[in-house]
Design a protein around this ligand. Sequence first.
Ligand SMILES: Nc1ncnc2c1ncn2[C@@H]1O[C@H](COP(=O)(O)OP(=O)(O)O)[C@@H](O)[C@H]1O
Ligand SMILES: [Mg+2]
Length: 259
Amino acid sequence: MSYILETVNLVKRFGGLVAVNNANIKIKRNSITMLMGPNGAGKTTFVNVCTGVLRPDEGRVFFNPTGSEKSKMEITGWPPHKVYKLGFVRTFQIPQPFLALTVLENVLAALGGRGENPLVAPFRWLWVKNEEDRVAKAFEILKKVGLEEYWDWEAYKLGAGQLKMLEIARALAVGAKLVALDEPIGGTDPAHAHEIFKHVQSLARSTDITFLVIEHRIDIALPFADYVYVMDRGSVISMGTPDEVANDPKVVEVYIGGR
Ligand SMILES: Nc1ncnc2c1ncn2[C@@H]1O[C@H](COP(=O)(O)OP(=O)(O)O)[C@@H](O)[C@H]1O
Ligand SMILES: [Mg+2]
């Protein structure tokens, strides 16, 4: 089985609080894997420990960007910039879109100049021969996220959902293989949330990008997941297909029960 990310007994404590308690989470390549759970469950801390923002107290993290057994490597405790260079990217790590620049200019900025971006630099000569190719590449990315027709809009004119897609476009431009989206639909209404997830889903289908989506709202996000982990108070309490977790009494208890 080809997992792009795998954690083994991952633990993170803050003083006496166990924010992540023995997490064993596996993310299949090319999937949309959701990490759900109520506020304070430990979702963001989990991602922080995987991406090097925080050091784990115990456990191990493995990342395999290409799927060949040879490219599997242990990244436990690696600093964030090294994890980022490998292709495990959180959208907030990418500088925020420049609101005064157009959509196209924002993607071009993320693509970077010659050799500027360590992620794409080794491959740059293969696909970015000149400015024309860069623009073509940027349009290819904009098409994938559904922003093609907004290419000449200044970013400040975009709605919340479109801005989120621009962030994802920029993640694609820096060569991300695994994109972590921490509550991507926060601050958007249900219609936009639906649209964001539809684009994420079509990206996962049409590219080799894998998505780890952190979400606490189970209603909107769940149908778009291929696989789901549910955390509560630091521990993984359920995992499976959307149907399986939605019908798991432990999950129902966390979401509907007295808390
Ligand atoms: N830097 C920190 N220092 C101390 N406690 C923290 C820190 N970050 C998170 N926590 C605590 O860890 C728990 C998990 O938080 P978090 O990972 O943000 O949850 P979630 O993302 O699921 O809402 C919470 O109780 C939170 O208060
Ligand atoms: Mg969080």
